[in-house]
Write a protein of this length. Sequence first.
Length: 267
Amino acid sequence: MNNKKIAWTTDLHLNFLRSQDLEKFINQVNKISADILFIGGDIAEAQNITHYLQKLEQSLDSKIYFVLGNHDFYNGSLLEVRKKVHKIANASDRLFFLDDIPYIELTKDVALVGHSSWADGRLGNYDKSQVMLNDYILIKEFKGLTKAQRLQKLHELGDDAAAQLKENIETALKHYNKLICLTHVPPFKESCWHEGKISDDNYLPHFTCKAVGDTIRSIMESRPDSYLTILCGHTHSSGKTKILKNLEVITGSAEYGQSKIQQMIYL
Ligand SMILES: [Fe+2]
Ligand SMILES: [Fe+2]
């Protein structure tokens, strides 16, 4: 299983594309004949996420390994969207929802792990932050919560992502020395890019998952023989950060209405 050609994308927001631009994006991906398409979340919204995933599945030649982002739950619920995405991915031999999968072998030396993750409110200054994301208005589980209750929910979602990734990374490292981790939310302050700068204390609580960052950093500190690359998105601004000698984060950029390939990865 060597010589893999992978196209990494994130924050596609396909629901904002005109139909001719969606076709253009599909043709672009098919033209490079990638074996695998990575999608780092924010694919569409709750009412059309399965439609767009199935459209990609039917139109692309590549296998699709994906996680979800906060937008994928807009006008729906966390539980229901996960359930329906799980169902279509389970019934498909080309759609792979990484939250449901411990790890995937990419080559005999490299494996993929992934989780959608969620900003956990722990970095920056949540108490003083005036940021009111649409997440807190448009996603069922957040509706009607007080600011303190929202923080509890953010902690819970971040901790779930961290626990799942801890288990999956530790398992994958028993078999592979090189891992790629696909996720939506930047896991470190240093990787939370916004227009060439690091996000400020106002935005960091909503744009980073400290629980995931702490977990991955601690695993990689104990495994200097291994290397892990995190691919994330969510801030729509690109940047590359070296966290440890053996741990790097690449954050992808995005613009609504202009889905694109971030980077080709050749293994
Ligand atoms: Fe996005
Ligand atoms: Fe996002």
